[in-house]
Design a protein around this ligand. Structure first.
Ligand SMILES: [Zn+2]
Length: 213
């Protein structure tokens, strides 16, 4: 559901531009609101969330889908953890649909889906692994990389129950906004994928903004 935000960018307490192929790994505190802004349009932001006080509790696609009875995420969706706690809630959304079924790109899946010579291409999973390695303060490693949300990504379910990666429905300046119900670690890979239309074959920056309200 399309619901614009009433927050002003001039009131944001933090703004970070995340270049295509780079990652963002920071804590958003309980009560803060974060916005992911699709700066140039049609860009997937592959994101994981963890309880900042106990990262073994993390976002669960399965629990979130089951409890809301909908596979697509938008305004009103409560993002649940693997023990059923509300981690964040989508409070504004000008894109209207976000995926949590398609998973993230990896060098391995690139070889299976496209061709063996795609093995060397940069992928979201590489960015996440780099992030947990470069941010030792969170005490996380490879085993903490689990299911994720693909903000702005259009992955419709076909009539036969399959998934397709379709051209995006997001555009320049569209955003999704989430209110944190607990202190969360946000681990976002700004997807570098060049083999399918999830980034319009042209990965571009996203911006992460945070408000104290
Ligand atoms: Zn990706």
């Amino acid at each position: 559901m399309i619901v614009p935000s009433s927050l002003q960018t001039t009131d944001a307490v933090r703004r970070d531009l995340v270049p295509a192929g780079d990652y963002y790994m920071k804590v958003v505190k309980q009560g803060q609101t974060m916005r992911i802004l699709d700066v140039e349009g049609n860009q997937a932001a592959d994101t994981l969330f963890y309880n900042a006080n106990d990262p073994s509790e993390r976002y669960s696609a399965i629990d979130t889908i089951r409890e809301q009875g909908n596979v697509y995420l938008s305004t009103g969706t409560k993002l649940l953890s693997d023990v059923g706690n509300v981690m964040l809630e989508i409070v504004a959304d000008t894109c209207g649909r976000h995926d949590t079924l398609g998973g993230a790109c990896a060098t391995e899946s690139n070889t299976v889906r496209y061709s063996l010579d795609k093995k060397c291409m940069h992928a979201c999973r590489d960015s996440w692994l780099l992030a947990v390695t470069e941010n030792e303060q969170f005490g996380m490693n490879k085993r903490d990389i689990t299911h994720n949300i693909n903000f702005f990504m259009n992955v419709p379910i076909t009539e036969t129950g399959g998934l397709t990666f379709e051209d995006g429905i997001s555009g320049a300046g569209k955003y999704v906004e989430l209110k944190a119900h607990m202190d969360v670690i946000v681990l976002l890979s700004n997807c570098p994928q060049l083999n399918n239309p999830c980034n319009a074959y042209n990965p571009t920056p996203v911006e992460v903004l945070v408000w104290d309200q």
